[in-house]
Design a protein around this ligand. Structure first.
Ligand SMILES: O=C(O)[C@H](O)[C@@H](O)[C@H](O)[C@H](O)COP(=O)(O)O
Length: 252
């Protein structure tokens, strides 16, 4: 059956700071609406520099009780020590665990002491079957969603996968300064799958900087294409792509 494709709403902001404020305000509004109806909200997060300003705006949002949030994260490396600063769980703990916003329940991907496949299965259990209320994510330089590098699996029934990172993804991590050399970047990771990410009420992608221009252009201009994982956002009826002037230069 041919899947229905939806319009991807593209929001153009002038700078990464303005992007973060706008995407963060959008996220806060959706979460306030959710929490007006239900006791808790489930939020899936990417852990990456592109998210920093959006998350800062969210943490600073007024009238949003973080202690009523269940936070999940969409990927983490295999093979790093538990306290490695590059670990995505550790990165998020630094960025969203602001005591003034209230302590959320943080559902971390656990890899220590588990075989990779066991860790992926354990996180599937941790996520459960319920949809996420909100997914905040980025696009990789290769347009990946989480660590679903191209060609991404858009139909897997699995909720989390053990994956090998492609060279573009590993280079991106080195180029952003998280690791000193390419060899230091782990080769494998656990990632939440594309279908599980899309099992959500709302999706907001924050994608600033010139490094993402090609990924944004391909995502906006292509039809559904596993070679451009970002195009999977078009399978979702409420997906928003926030870009700054550099990332969005070709798609105004
Ligand atoms: O970090 C993650 O949780 C994801 O693996 C990844 O999809 C990320 O959101 C993009 O690669 C953007 O990353 P940057 O912000 O580092 O450019």
């Amino acid at each position: 059956m041919t899947p229905t494709l939806h319009d991807l709403a593209v929001h153009h902001l002038t700078s990464p700071e303005a992007l973060g404020r706008a995407a963060g305000a959008h996220a806060a509004r959706l979460l306030r609406e959710t929490l007006a109806e239900r006791p808790r909200a489930r939020v899936m997060l990417a852990a990456a520099p592109s998210q920093a300003q959006t998350l800062a705006a969210l943490v600073a949002a007024e009238d949003l009780d973080f202690s009523r949030l269940d936070l999940f994260h969409m990927d983490d490396y295999l093979g790093l020590p538990p306290d490695a600063p590059q670990g995505f769980g550790n990165w998020l703990a630094r960025h969203v665990m602001d005591p003034t916003a209230g302590a959320p329940r943080f559902h971390r991907i656990t890899t220590q002491g588990l075989a990779p496949e066991e860790a992926a299965r354990a996180y599937e259990q941790e996520m459960g079957e319920e949809p996420f209320d909100l997914v905040l994510l980025g696009l990789g330089v290769n347009a990946h969603l989480a660590f679903n590098d191209p060609p991404a699996d858009f139909t897997t029934p699995r909720g989390a996968l053990v994956v090998s990172l492609d060279m573009t993804s590993r280079r991106q991590q080195r180029d952003e300064g998280h690791f000193p050399t390419l060899d230091a970047v782990p080769e494998r990771a656990i990632t939440v799958s594309v279908p599980r990410l899309l099992h959500a009420r709302h999706m907001i992608a924050s994608v600033p900087t010139a490094a993402k221009r090609t990924a944004v252009t391909a995502t906006v201009r292509s039809g559904l294409d596993p070679r451009v994982p970002g195009t999977a956002l078009k399978l979702h009826p409420d997906a928003h792509l926030y870009v700054d002037g550099e990332a969005g230069a070709d798609v105004r």
